[in-house]
Design a protein around this ligand. Structure first.
Ligand SMILES: [Zn+2]
Length: 371
């Protein structure tokens, strides 16, 4: 059994060779990638993409581009730091950058990034004499670096956008203020009780028979007075503590009110926009109904079929002898018929209904532009 396996391996080595298998595998992966990319991208209209780019502020584009570049650049440093950490500073930056970049690219696209990314790293670093254990360390350190960075960015984000979490802080302040007021009320009540006690004791003291009794009453009165002083001190303390809390709560409430005003205004604007769009939609639907009524049922069913197939784009202009939707060159005879006949004609490639606009003269164009 083993011998036959070995023979097969020898035969494979002699006749085909492992490097050829590797090339074939690489080619297969590239072809699959191209097909997948094509399937993802074929529905994207280049014109609308360009329109979207034109509609975006160029500063936003530059900033976005800079961040993307910086993001990919940082990918190349994970492995560099990890190599320095495990004591292999002799491996140059270009190798570390290649390993870091490709392992992340392959890892995140293939999935199971722990294994696939590790395999890519092993392939690159084994040429530099690193062991499996060392490559594992690199993978771990790169992951650690990533999460440290994540935690840092999260912290900075919280610092910057504290208002997002801020709603929780006035709540704490409000609770502290309520507790403060409750304790003050309790201390005030205690003080009243002590004051009542004192007045009662004074009444009793006036009826004291002996000096000893008198002193005992006096002693108790002093005790109550001390309790009142202590409560008063604590009340003063609580009042000074309450001041900043009060300011915070009032400020937060004002900010909340302001925010609510903004939100209400935003909601009103959104409702207005929705209503306007709904009106447009209703108008469009009504218009469509009247138009459909004038079209032959056969024509309409063809239109609906093409529209469903191409998700809404059922009609295309024939421009320069081409279908402007699929860019297929029309047969000269077909184009000739389209220009001359009144019949409905469909693109022979994509099936869209074609129309032809004869070019207007230059003078006509100018006249149309005059107000
Ligand atoms: Zn077409």
């Amino acid at each position: 059994m083993l011998k036959s396996l070995r023979d097969a391996a020898h035969f494979f080595d002699r006749r085909i060779g492992w490097s050829r298998l590797g090339i074939a595998l690489s080619l297969t992966i590239i072809i699959v990638a191209v097909v997948v990319l094509y399937r993802i991208l074929r529905d994207i209209d280049p014109d609308s993409l360009l329109d979207a780019i034109e509609a975006t502020d160029w500063r936003t584009l530059i900033i976005a581009g800079a961040f993307v570049t910086a993001g990919y650049l940082t990918l190349t440093f994970y492995d560099l730091f990890a190599l320095r950490t495990i004591g292999h500073p002799e491996i140059p930056y270009r190798v570390a950058a290649l390993a870091g970049f490709t392992s992340y690219a392959v890892g995140h696209n293939v999935g199971a990034s722990v294994f696939s990314g590790g395999a890519v790293r092993y392939r690159i670093y084994s040429a530099w004499g690193l062991s499996v254990i060392e490559v594992t360390k690199i993978c771990f350190l790169a992951g650690l670096t990533f999460w440290l960075g994540n935690a840092t960015v999260l912290g900075l984000g919280v610092l910057h956008g504290a208002w997002g979490l801020g709603a929780a802080w006035p709540c704490a302040d409000r609770a502290a203020l309520a507790a403060n007021q409750k304790e003050r009320k309790r201390l005030e009540d205690d003080g009243k009780v002590e004051a009542q006690k004192i007045s009662k004791l004074k009444d009793q003291m006036s009826g004291a028979k002996t000096n000893e009794q008198y002193r005992a009453f006096q002693h108790e009165i002093d005790f109550c007075a001390a309790a009142i002083r202590k409560a008063d001190d604590r009340i003063l303390e609580l009042m000074s503590e309450a001041e900043p809390l009060d300011v915070n709560v009032k400020g937060a409430e004002a900010a909340l009110k302001e925010e609510q005003k903004h939100v209400e205004a935003e909601k009103a604007r959104a409702r207005e926009r929705t209503a306007a769009v709904q009106k447009q939609l209703d108008q469009g639907k009504a218009e469509r109904k009247t138009m459909v009524a004038t079209v032959k049922p056969q024509t309409y069913s063809t239109y609906e079929r093409v529209r469903k197939k191409w998700r809404g784009s059922a009609v295309a202009e024939a421009l320069g002898g081409r279908c402007s939707a699929c860019q297929i060159l029309l047969r000269p005879q077909f184009f000739q018929d389209l220009r001359n006949s009144e019949q409905m004609m469909q693109c022979e490639s994509c099936g869209r209904i074609l129309y032809y606009n004869p070019p207007v003269s230059f003078e006509h164009d100018l006249a149309a532009q005059q107000p």
